[in-house]
Design a protein around this ligand. Structure first.
Ligand SMILES: [Fe+2]
Ligand SMILES: [Fe+2]
Length: 253
């Protein structure tokens, strides 16, 4: 008899404002009935204010399944990042920043998550290069640093399922729909390089509010843009059938 799939509920870009406390409260009340994990890929708050984080943390603290998140650019905007992290972690949320991959076991399946906020730079042949002004070099150095953190974590993650959580997009496909002028600020192929090189089963991200929900890396790894404005629903449910996992492991090997 086939085993139950591992299920993720995932939604990004909640942009939790002080006046939105009722809007989402019921969205997570029953999430434990339909998923094993709740995954939140960044822009958890409107502008990174501690009071926004506290309101969201109060809701997430009641969630009966593990909550895994990364921060987004909005969450660092007012530079209360340490306090926001402490509030969310105090509520039991696993907030990934690179170098801190986590593993869980669900019905005999080991599930690993690693993640970073990520950063921009653009995609493919149009990806920004570290040339010219110091500011340009610093910009792309930040993206490369985030990519290095993903590489470090994936290299050490020996689980049946390996899930990468980002805020910025690792592929162009899931930002399609956004103005082209914004692409360099929505993500970067540099984030995808370690994922294709080291293998993963899924990448979830947000940030591209007007992008496309589904995409994949060059190596065929599924990428999902689960920004709330893209989903237009409380969360996406993504399933992994345990009986199909050995196929992925053979590919990775
Ligand atoms: Fe956002
Ligand atoms: Fe964002």
């Amino acid at each position: 008899m086939a085993r139950d799939p591992v299920k993720l509920a995932t939604v990004g870009d909640l942009h939790w404002h002080v006046d939105r406390r009722r809007t989402f409260h019921h969205h997570f009340d029953t999430v434990h009935e339909v998923a094993d994990f709740l995954v939140l890929p960044g822009d958890l708050t409107g502008s990174g204010l501690p009071e926004e984080a506290r309101l969201l943390a109060a809701v997430l603290a009641e969630t009966r399944i593990p909550v895994v998140a990364v921060l987004g650019n909005h969450d660092v905007h007012t530079e209360h990042t340490r306090e926001v992290l402490a509030i969310l972690r105090g509520a039991g949320v696993t907030v990934l920043e690179g170098g801190d991959a986590v593993t869980f076991t669900i019905r005999g399946v080991t599930v690993g998550f690693c993640g970073v906020k990520g950063f921009g730079g653009g995609f493919g042949a149009r990806c920004l290069t570290p040339f010219g002004e110091t500011t340009i070099k610093s910009f792309i150095a930040e993206t490369k640093d985030e990519a290095a953190r993903i590489a470090h974590d994936l290299a050490g993650l020996e689980t049946d399922l390996r899930i990468v959580v980002l805020h910025y997009a690792p592929v162009e496909e899931t930002v399609h729909g956004e103005p082209r002028e914004l692409y360099p600020f929505l993500g970067s192929s540099l984030l995808c390089d370690p994922i294709d090189r080291l293998g993963a089963d899924l990448v979830v991200h947000g940030h591209a509010h007007y992008g496309a929900e589904r995409g994949q890396t060059e190596a065929g790894i599924p990428v999902r843009n689960v920004a709330l404005p893209v989903l237009q629903r409380s969360y996406a449910i993504l399933e992994f059938a345990p009986d199909h996992l050995p196929l992925r492991k053979r590919k990775a090997g």
